[in-house]
Design a protein around this ligand. Structure first.
Ligand code: NAD
Ligand code: HSE
Length: 292
């Protein structure tokens, strides 16, 4: 196993899908998910990524023969995701999904070889199989050295589906009780180091509101290069409204910048420098890009 990308929470996938396809706000979509019985009684576990983090810990432990405790899973939920971000993602050929990412990696600074597990919203190209996982469905996309790419897909929430899964577990426990046998056990023989989020390198998409005047793009490009983050693509659209939607006195522009792989630390330093820069009106959005 090299990497697992999972959509492992039905409620959040349902919410993000409604925001993408139906134009709902997060709050509107959550209300429907609750009414349909997808969300937990306290939906914090869903929307803040706790449920997905628990599932990421299980997936990483099983995949890498290493005990990965839930506390070691970096977790970000979807409560910061806006309809505006979802629409901007659509325009650049992506969908926003809450992903569990479990992977084998080598820390680029220390050279340590280990495993990492994280949960956060991410941009997925519309051509990726996970982009076609709609509604409350779940899917686990596995990248393996020898077996290649595999995807396991099905309902992630819902009354009958949940009842079927719970009953399946009861039948299997009862069967073991009667027939005997070892059952499904953890395998921890690899016992690999668990690496922090700072060891991860990934791609990012950053959306900025900037002033539209000569030299702005060059200054922004310099900030990226000073922090060792390589820019892959830039899209610019000119706007005469400010980030709050009011007509602006000075012409502004929205820049959508895609990066090559960069470390979390380098990206965070770049974003901090952009936020301080006098040519940047606002850092609108920073999202990781997975599945490219
Ligand atoms: N609803 C979903 O779509 C969904 C999807 C995947 C997993 N799950 C999981 O399945 C489980 C059930 O989900 P749900 O939506 O049916 O929850 P629910 O809150 O609607 O129902 C839980 C039921 O369990 C009963 N219960 C609680 N503690 C009990 C105890 N000690 N002994 C006997 N009964 C007890 C409650 O009275 C309630 O009737 C949860 O663990 C949930 O995380 C739910
Ligand atoms: N409420 C959760 C189910 C718990 O696994 C979901 O929406 O996936």
């Amino acid at each position: 196993m090299v990497r697992i990308l999972g959509i492992v929470n039905g409620t959040t996938n349902y919410i993000l899908d409604r925001m993408d396809q139906g134009g709902d706000t997060l709050e509107e979509a959550l209300a429907v998910a609750t009414e349909l019985g997808y969300a937990e009684a306290d939906p914090t576990a869903d929307i803040e990524g706790f449920d997905a983090a628990q599932k990421a810990a299980i997936l990483a432990s099983l995949s890498f023969h290493t005990t990965v405790p839930v506390d070691a899973v970096h977790r970000e939920g979807i409560t910061g995701i806006t309809r505006e971000q979802v629409v901007a993602a659509q325009k650049s050929g992506f969908v926003v999904k809450l992903l569990a990412v479990c992977e084998r990696l080598v820390d680029p600074v220390t050279g340590e070889d280990g495993v990492s597990a994280r949960v956060h919203p991410a941009l997925i190209p519309v051509s990726h199989p996970l982009a076609a996982v709609h509604g409350a469905n779940n899917a686990v996309f596995v990248e393996a050295e020898a077996a290649g790419s595999l995807m396991f897909y099905g309902a992630g929430a819902g009354g009958l589906q949940t009842a079927s899964a719970v009953l399946g577990d009861l039948v299997s426990a009862a069967r073991r009780h009667v027939v005997g046998g070892p059952g499904v056990a953890e395998s921890t023989h690899a016992d690999l180091p668990i690496l922090p989020i700072s060891s991860v390198t990934t791609r990012y998409q950053i959306r900025l509101s900037v002033l539209d005047r000569p030299g702005v793009l060059a200054r922004i490009a310099t900030l990226f290069s000073e922090h060792g983050v390589s820019v892959e693509a830039v899209q610019q659209s000119v706007t005469n409204v400010d980030p709050d939607g009011h007509e602006a006195n000075t012409p502004g522009a929205t820049l959508v910048i895609g990066t090559h792989r960069a470390t979390e630390a380098a990206l965070a330093a770049t974003v901090a420098a952009l936020a301080e820069s006098p040519v940047v009106a606002r850092v609108e959005s920073v999202l990781r890009v997975e599945g490219q």
